[in-house]
Ligand binder design. Structure first.
Ligand SMILES: Nc1ncnc2c1ncn2[C@@H]1O[C@H](COP(=O)(O)OP(=O)(O)OP(=O)(O)O)[C@@H](O)[C@H]1O
Length: 222
């Protein structure tokens, strides 16, 4: 369970959001510039709120009152960026192993080949990102985000750069992944089909405010 109260002063408005996310997929919805990415960055520890509290399971990740602000590596949070953010000078294997080294997880505890195989890209392990298609890059990025065995997965417009067919395939994979991992997922998207297919619940953000609260989405049969 994720519990978060985030306030952050931005250029044009103050972000103010309260989130409670169980082991479900929460869709964060809103116009460009509404503050969606900033919310994910605060949860991941890549940006610091002005004030608030972020608690994941029983661990406090951030507390302005208690002066706690854990580093991104100590948070057990997987982050799938909009543009994949794979390191261009590293092979697929090195990209997946990178997060583990940063977190000091022993190499033996996770098999990158097995993880990549589960996403159908095990055969690409010695390639560089420039030698991959968009869909392959996104699968590698997913494997990297999951290699740290996160307790929360953040997905920022994960399919926006993909063609329709790849998008549909990956959507199904993410849904399957969620039922296997049983952790909270937060998905930022502009796409109604992504939201309806994947989301259990939706929160609309407008100029940093959540307005009328959230609504439950009707489950889509897969
Ligand atoms: N570090 C920062 N300091 C101050 N303002 C910021 C900072 N980062 C982003 N902003 C501003 O905060 C607002 C929200 O940005 P954010 O990237 O979170 O929006 P978004 O909803 O994710 O947009 P998009 O859908 O276009 O990615 C924007 O007006 C942006 O210019």
């Amino acid at each position: 369970m994720l519990d978060a109260l985030i306030q952050k002063k931005l250029c044009n408005f103050t972000l103010n959001i309260k989130l409670q996310v169980k082991n479900e997929i929460l869709v964060l919805w809103g116009h460009s510039g509404a503050g969606k990415t900033t919310v994910l960055q605060c949860l991941a520890g890549l940006a610091k709120p002005s004030s608030g509290l972020i608690k994941l399971k029983d661990q406090v990740l951030y507390s302005s009152e208690e002066y706690i602000n854990l580093s991104p590596q100590s948070r057990n949070v997987g982050y799938l960026f909009q543009d994949y953010a794979l390191f261009p000078h590293m092979t697929v294997r090195q990209n997946v192993m990178y997060g583990l080294k940063a977190k000091k997880i022993f190499k033996a505890s996770i098999d990158p080949v097995e993880l990549l195989n589960s996403f159908g890209v095990g055969h690409l392990i010695d390639r560089y990102p420039r030698q991959l298609s968009g869909g392959e890059k996104q699968r590698v990025a997913l494997a990297r985000a999951l290699a740290v065995q996160p307790k929360l997965l953040l997905l920022d417009e994960p399919f926006s750069a993909l063609d329709k067919g790849t998008r549909e395939l990956l959507r199904q994979e993410v849904k399957k992944l969620h039922s296997q991992w049983q952790i909270p997922f937060i998905l930022v998207t502009h796409d109604e089909e992504d939201a309806n297919y994947l989301g259990d619940r939706l929160i609309a953000l407008d100029k940093g405010q959540t307005g009328q609260g959230d609504r439950y989405l009707v489950p889509v049969q897969s």
